[in-house]
Structures are given as structure tokens and as C-alpha cells.
Write a protein that binds this ligand. Structure first.
Ligand SMILES: NC(=O)c1ncn([C@@H]2O[C@H](COP(=O)(O)O)[C@@H](O)[C@H]2O)c1NC=O
Length: 521
């Protein structure tokens, strides 16, 4: 018989959610409850009979609670293997009763750090006695059930009333308990190790020497990048769901691995703009990006940039989806629509398509640091943001040609923001707040320029161009100007800048230098 009847429980919780109902339920089931300081007080107020832990230890809580349950009378009761006659007789001789159920949750360390509290306050919120009890009872799951999540109290009471927990259930609870303490310790260890470098100048000294990332599985995906690859989605443990991984899916088929990758790129691209924006993405590259008076107009322009490629694409917008945009999207086969919200009329229209995935994603604000696995290691870098000094058109240097008029400058600013959504080497042509030709992912900039020009077709004449990094030679720029591009923005910084500037001058084109690069791999 693996079921372990519950006769004695230890409850010590910081988060008192659901405590009274749990205590009352346990007491009604005849369970003796031992409890700490304010947990015991809350239970007593609710009329639940409780033994104070100090009556078990014969020792008062001391030093503001630093020592209250750290005592052999508690820990022998948690660690005694009730199937081991030696353990049973030893605790009997010492007058110690075993615990069958332990309910603990920990001091809010992470929340205290996030509140901006002082170092001393953060240190005081490192729970010591709680993790000790959780780990002891999880180790001893052959005799003890350990519960760390208030959301599971109802099912705990159900088990208690039904005669206790099976060994299998206690083992699963132990696993969850060790996850809980692992995530907790990871947060503490990272905090001691320092914060990540916000920029390259600080990087020398500011990168911490230890990194602890703890994740829990949120979903098993149908397959990975290809059907023969397995895949799953993991989210950071112990923090509220956020970003794309925490998005609410309102409709459609389950998200695939490639859907997540493309949607991540689409959401990032759309939220790079303050104006209503739509990004249509395929294979993590833009088919089209556009801004407009509203996102319905932006979508018309983004879709028109490359209607052939937009088939089966992922659409993200930085504004809620309304009826007009929904009607437009429903005309095109689309895998995913990601937006901060969907109006009811838009949902009415889009949910008529059985498979289309509708995701409510609040904003693109991701972590300050991003990581990438390489063979045998992990690269970490501060995230590229579109708010570097060189990203503001006012800071650009006019290298040659007439200063751009207001409309041209607006298109150049648009192209500069949009080009960072394109995999390097990236050349992006734009006109009237929309991409008209995108050259992406080529191993030299000349081919990217050719690709952008060929995709733009007739629309290249009078368009403007952005290049995500400097032109190493004049040839790439010459392809653009020969095709009719009249203004170009690029970082500059090549040893051959003078030749590139001379080529722009010879073509009568306007050339701005940003001094900032936006590679995207
Ligand atoms: N020091 C100890 O012996 C100790 N024993 C339990 N705790 C924590 O004290 C909290 C509950 O305390 P109270 O019941 O007083 O609200 C729980 O979060 C528990 O994890 C302790 N506190 C910190 O280490």
C-alpha cells in the first residue's frame, strides 16, 4: 500500500492565499496542524486549532524569525523515513512525532529585489528555514507529501479526505518542490553575481560570473523546425508569464516552432515603430513592413510590398486589430496574427477561419539580455534596441547631396527602423512609409542590393534605401542609385567610406551616415 494517511501537517507560508480554507479542511479531516508565527495566528483567527512550532521545539522564534523551524524536533519529524524501523524507533525515543504533510511557500525574494529595496532588505528576504523544510520533506517523499503552490490546496484536501497521497503523487510533489527551491536559489545566486551589462562600455566589468536560468515546460510542440525534430516551449520558472511565450492564444491551431520564431520577429518589427504599424514576416524576414494613419492602412501597404510572399505569412501589429484590418487579413492565407488586442468584430471575422492563430501579445518589451546556444557554451549580449544615439535622424551626418526634405527624411527614418528587422546583409528600399523592396540574408551587400532592387521593380525609382551596416565598397550603393534610389542611409565607418561617398555624389544622391549598425542574424 503506497497511500500515506495524513495525521500531522506542518504549515509555514509567506503567501497566505487559501490558508484558512486549507487549515479548516485539514482540521475537519482530523489532521493535527503545527504552524509558525503569523501563519499560526491567521489559522487561530479563523478558528482552526493549531500547535505553535515553539511548543514543538521548546524554543522561541528568535532574531526576527531567522530561526524558528530550524530545529531537530522539526527536521527529524520531516526526515524520518516512516518505513525504516530504525528511524521510527529513534524519533519515538526522542519524543518526536513525524509529519505526513508539509505546506510551505517562501519569502518573496524576487519581488523584493524588483521593488528596488536596499541590499539589506533583499538579504533579509532570503528564506532559509522554508527551503530547508521543503527540501527535507521532498527528499523524504516516501513518507511526506510537500506542497508549495497555494493553487493546489483544493486537490490536497481532496487527497487528504480520500486517505492520503499515493507514492507516485508524493514523488511528483517532491519534483515540483525541488523546482521551487531551484528557481528560488537561482534568483538569489544571480542577484549575488550582479546584473548584466547594459552596454558595451560597461561589459568589461559588469557581466556576472554566474548565470542561472531555470525554466519550466509550457508546451510540447508538434515538431521542431522540421517534422523529424522534436520541440517544446519553456518559460522562466517562478516569474509571471510575459512576452510572446506568455501570450494568450485566442483562436486557432497550436503554435508551431516556426510560428514562434516568425511571430517573435514580427512582433519585434511592429513594435519598433510608434505610429500604427504592420509587419508581415516569413522565415523571420519581412515580406513587408509599413506604417499608416491606422493599422488597416499600414496592412494594405505592407501587403502590397510583396503580395506573393505574404501568402502563409505571420502578421504583427502594434495596435489592436479592428474590423477593417480583420477583413483585409481574412482575404489572405495567414498563419498567425499577433496584436495587443482584437476588437469583437475583428474576432468575429477572423475566427471564421478555423486554423488561423490569433495571439494577444501586449508589447515587444523583452529581456535586457539575450542568449544563444553554441556548441559547448552560451553567448549572452545586451539586446539591440532601436534607440541608440545614431538612430535619431537629427543625429545623422549628411555625407553628400541635398539635405532630404521632410517627406524623404521621414522615409529614410522609416527605412532605418525597418532595416533592422531584416536578416543581414540587409538592404531595404522604402517609399511613403512602406517597404518596396527587401534584400535579405545575402553573404555580400552587393547581392542584397540587387535583390532589393529586383523585388521593388518599378517602385525603385524615387525610393530611399537603408543598409544595416556600412558599404565596404561603392558597388552596392551604385546598384541602388543606378536603379533610381535617390537617398540612402547607412552607418558608415568603412575604410573606403570616401569612395562610397564619392559614388553617391557622382550619382547625385543624398547620403546620410548614422554611426550605428543594426546587424540581425
Ligand atoms: N528561519 C526559519 O526557521 C524559518 N522557518 C520558516 N520560515 C519561513 O517563514 C515563513 C512563514 O512565517 P510566518 O508563519 O511567521 O508568516 C515561510 O515563508 C517560511 O518559509 C523561516 N524563515 C526564514 O528563513
Amino acid at each position: 500500500m503506497t497511500q500515506q494517511a495524513i495525521r500531522r501537517a506542518l504549515i509555514s507560508v509567506y503567501d497566505k492565499t487559501g490558508l484558512e480554507a486549507l487549515g479548516a479542511g485539514l482540521a475537519a479531516a482530523g489532521v493535527e496542524i503545527v504552524s509558525t508565527g503569523s501563519t499560526a495566528a491567521r489559522l487561530r483567527e479563523a478558528g482552526v486549532p493549531v500547535t505553535g512550532v515553539e511548543d514543538v521545539t521548546g524554543f522561541p522564534e528568535i532574531m526576527g524569525g531567522r530561526v524558528k523551524t530550524l530545529h531537530p524536533s522539526v527536521h527529524a519529524g520531516l526526515l524520518a523515513d516512516q518505513n525504516n524501523p530504525d528511524h521510527v524507533s529513534q524519533i519515538e525515543d526522542l519524543g518526536i512525532a513525524p509529519f505526513d504533510l508539509v505546506v510551505v511557500n517562501l519569502y518573496p525574494f524576487r519581488e523584493t529585489v524588483a521593488s528596488g529595496a536596499s541590499g539589506t532588505e533583499c538579504v533579509e528576504q532570503i528564506d532559509i528555514g522554508g527551503p530547508a523544510m521543503v527540501r527535507a520533506s521532498a527528499k523524504n517523499h516516501s513518507s511526506v507529501a510537500v506542497v508549495v503552490d497555494p493553487a493546489s490546496y483544493d486537490s490536497v484536501l481532496e487527497a487528504v479526505r480520500g486517505g492520503g497521497f499515493t507514492l507516485d503523487r508524493r514523488r511528483r510533489l517532491a519534483g515540483l518542490a525541488f523546482q521551487h527551491t531551484a528557481a528560488y536559489d537561482a534568483a538569489v545566486a544571480e542577484w549575488f553575481s550582479g546584473t548584466y551589462a547594459p552596454d558595451a562600455e560597461a561589459a568589461e566589468t559588469a557581466w556576472p560570473d554566474f548565470r542561472a536560468a531555470v525554466h519550466t515546460r509550457k508546451a510540447v510542440l508538434r515538431y521542431g523546425e522540421n517534422p523529424h525534430q522534436g520541440a517544446a516551449l519553456y518559460v522562466p520558472a517562478g516569474v509571471p508569464a510575459h512576452g510572446l511565450a506568455g501570450a494568450e492564444q485566442l483562436h486557432g491551431k497550436a503554435m508551431s516552432f516556426n510560428n514562434y520564431v516568425d511571430t517573435d520577429a514580427a512582433v519585434r518589427a511592429a513594435h519598433d515603430f510608434d505610429a500604427p504599424c504592420v509587419a508581415v514576416i516569413k522565415h523571420a524576414n519581412p515580406c513587408g513592413i509599413a506604417v499608416g494613419a491606422d493599422n488597416a492602412e499600414a496592412h494594405r501597404k505592407a501587403h502590397a510590398a510583396d503580395p506573393v510572399s505574404a501568402f502563409g505569412g505571420v502578421i504583427a501589429t502594434n495596435r489592436p486589430v479592428g474590423e477593417e484590418l480583420a477583413a483585409q487579413i481574412s482575404e489572405v492565407f495567414t498563419e498567425v496574427v499577433a496584436a495587443p488586442g482584437f476588437e469583437p468584430a475583428a474576432l468575429d471575422i477572423l475566427t471564421r477561419k478555423k486554423n488561423i492563430r490569433l495571439l494577444k501579445v501586449e508589447a515587444a518589451a523583452g529581456p535586457a539580455v539575450e542568449t544563444r546556444l553554441i556548441s559547448g557554451g552560451l553567448l549572452a549580449q545586451s539586446v539591440d534596441r532601436i534607440d541608440a544615439p545614431g538612430d535619431a535622424p537629427e543625429s545623422w551626418t549628411l555625407a553628400t547631396g541635398e539635405p532630404a526634405d521632410e517627406a524623404t527624411l521621414a522615409d529614410l527614418a522609416f527605412a532605418w527602423r525597418a532595416v533592422r528587422a531584416v536578416k543581414s546583409n540587409a538592404i531595404l528600399l522604402a517609399s511613403d512609409g512602406a517597404t518596396v523592396g527587401v534584400g535579405m540574408g545575402q553573404v555580400n551587400r552587393v547581392d542584397s542590393a540587387r535583390l532589393a532592387v529586383s523585388r521593388a521593380g518599378d517602385r525603385v525609382a524615387g525610393s530611399v534605401a537603408a543598409s544595416d551596416a556600412f558599404f565596404p565598397f561603392p558597388d552596392g550603393l551604385e546598384i541602388l542609385t543606378a536603379a533610381g534610389v535617390r537617398a540612402v542611409v547607412q552607418p558608415g565607418g568603412s575604410v573606403r567610406d570616401a569612395e562610397v561617398v564619392a559614388a553617391a555624389e557622382a550619382a547625385g544622391a543624398t547620403l546620410y551616415l548614422t554611426g550605428t549598425r543594426h546587424f540581425f542574424h
